[in-house]
Design a protein around this ligand. Structure first.
Ligand code: GAL
Length: 513
């Protein structure tokens, strides 16, 4: 009985792997393997003998070389395994692991397995990346895709508005109507709940296996990505939300150091204010930027464990660390620019570039914007009181079940998760790669901020961002956002904390089902 179910299970696994491998370039890079230049005219059978001790493994070499050829034409395309291969031809020798997997699914009755499909037609990618840094990062991914698949027309379907609040309102009805874009941006974490993934999205577990992503994404991220036991998106990056950015010249001229505690912050802010400089540039035109700043204050006053506990029900929102965060925020509001409700997050950069504003609390996508604007006079530190805590989020791309160009989506997700894709994208986007297998040389392509963030991610305590979809279901994020919006107007600590307590109660009830 056990044997039979084990056998059935392997058939199911093989069939799913087959479905993927027949149409995409398997992530041989992550699973190991090597390129091989043929030293003298030979046959693929002989090469198989040499590398795998059996000529029977020629299909694994032919299959992997032909898939490599699709993404990189410097590898040859083997049309006929009987025709000898010329000296100097470049082949891909897969790892033993990959070759074994391939030989398990290989059958002469399916010769198409030896080739892999070259995508064509359209690929509609939806995101909210329209600002500086974001747009450049996305373009870098598209460039790789176009290079690999020149026959596919990419449609860049953007819906502007930081953090994706406008975006989700547009994408959801499309998904429900059965007319989704081919792939859309989705934060890792509980945001996916709002898309009813089991109904509308394809689980990507097999793709994670064949691309070797289980081995190259960090465990914290893998845990965040898994919802109801499955992966629903492929991460392009990891962003940090709780960074305090500051203008170096302003600090130098005023002989100030970036603040490490809230007391230091207020003392610095007072001095800057006296000089006619906006101490902290706040933005909130998108309605999420001020709640984002408040989130980072909560991380700071509650600390990593308690902050996490607020979102899983272990810590009550009546806790004094919440009161303290609101009190700090109230005081901070005395040191911000008056026009914040009309400024989107990227507007803060203008203040800093013009030396009119000294500090800004924002996620590190603003590092991408600074790069896009050639602004280099900035420094960074943790939001006061949160040294050693990394408030994290990640942007992924999903695979709607009703996507019209499925082969193209699989190929797109493979690019998003590839090393080449992650380096090209993140050096522009201002985030760090989700992959942990970068060499020192590859890391050197990132700017100093990003190199420091890579180190921080390795050693810091990781907590999930709420405004950027990681920590809470969407209705909770909305209630949280609304409570803080009201706080900006009324500045009422008690009423706001009560609203947050109520929001938590109702969300936790919903989550408990
Ligand atoms: C975040 C997103 C980032 C960045 C930011 C501003 O939610 O994860 O990639 O784009 O919004 O738009």
């Amino acid at each position: 009985m056990f044997k039979r179910s084990k056998c059935l299970l392997s058939i199911v696994v093989l069939v799913t792997i087959l479905a993927f491998t027949s149409s995409l370039n398997i992530g041989q890079e992550a699973l190991g393997g090597t390129s091989y230049t043929v030293p003298a005219k030979t046959t693929v059978q002989d090469i198989a003998e040499e590398f795998f001790d059996t000529s029977d493994y020629w299909p694994a070499i032919m299959g992997s070389t032909n898939r490599k050829h699709i993404e990189d034409p410097s590898f040859i395309r083997i049309e006929d395994p009987k025709v000898p291969i010329e000296e100097g031809a470049k082949l891909w020798i897969p790892s033993k692991e990959w070759a074994n997997m391939f030989m398990d699914i290989w059958t002469p009755s399916k010769p198409e397995l030896l080739f892999g499909t070259r995508p064509k037609g359209q690929l509609v990618v939806a995101s909210w990346w329209t600002a500086g840094g974001e747009a450049e990062g996305l373009k870098a991914l598209f460039d790789i895709y176009k290079n690999r698949y020149p026959n596919v027309e990419i449609v860049n379907a953007t819906i502007a508005g930081g953090a994706g609040f406008n975006f989700r309102a547009v994408i959801k009805p499309r998904l429900i109507a059965g007319d989704p874009p081919d792939s859309f941006q989705l934060h890792a974490g509980l945001e996916v709940e709002g898309y009813s993934p089991e109904t509308y999205l394809k689980p990507l577990d097999d793709l994670y296996l064949t691309e070797g992503w289980n081995k190259v994404f960090p465990q914290d991220l893998l845990d965040l990505l898994r919802y109801k036991g499955h992966y629903w998106g492929v991460p392009a990056n990891i962003h940090r939300a709780n960074v305090l950015w500051y203008d170096q010249s302003i600090f130098k001229d005023a002989d100030l150091n970036p603040p490490k505690t809230w007391d230091e912050f207020f003392s610095v802010a007072e001095k800057l204010k006296a000089k006619g400089i906006v101490p902290l540039v706040l933005t909130n035109a998108g309605g999420w930027e001020a709640p984002h700043a408040f989130e980072t204050m909560l991380v700071s006053t509650c600390g990593a464990e308690k902050y996490k506990g607020l979102w899983n029900g272990d810590v009550s929102w009546t806790d004094s660390c919440v009161t303290r965060a609101l009190e700090i925020f109230k005081k901070v509001l005395g040191y911000v620019n008056a026009d914040y409700s009309a400024l989107t997050w990227d507007g803060a950069a203008e203040y800093m570039i013009a030396n009119k504003g000294a500090m800004n609390i924002m996620g590190d996508w603003i590092n991408g914007l600074f790069m896009a604007k050639n602004y280099t006079d900035y420094g960074w530190t943790s939001v006061p009181g949160a040294q050693g805590i990394f408030d994290a989020l990640s942007d992924t791309f999903s695979f709607p079940k009703q996507a019209k160009n499925k082969d193209n989506v699989t190929a797109w997700l493979a690019v998003v998760g590839s090393k080449e894709g992650q380096i090209a994208f993140n050096t522009k986007k201002g985030s760090i790669p989700a992959r942990t297998d970068l060499t020192e040389e590859e890391k050197a392509q990132f700017n100093p901020y990003l190199r420091s963030a890579m180190e921080d991610f390795k050693k810091d305590k990781i907590v999930p961002s709420v405004i950027h979809g990681a920590a809470a279901i969407e209705s909770w994020v909305t209630d949280f956002k609304d409570a803080i919006t009201m706080f900006l107007v009324r500045k009422d600590v008690k009423a706001t904390q009560d609203a947050l307590v109520k929001a938590a109660k109702s969300a936790l009830e919903t989550m408990a089902g």
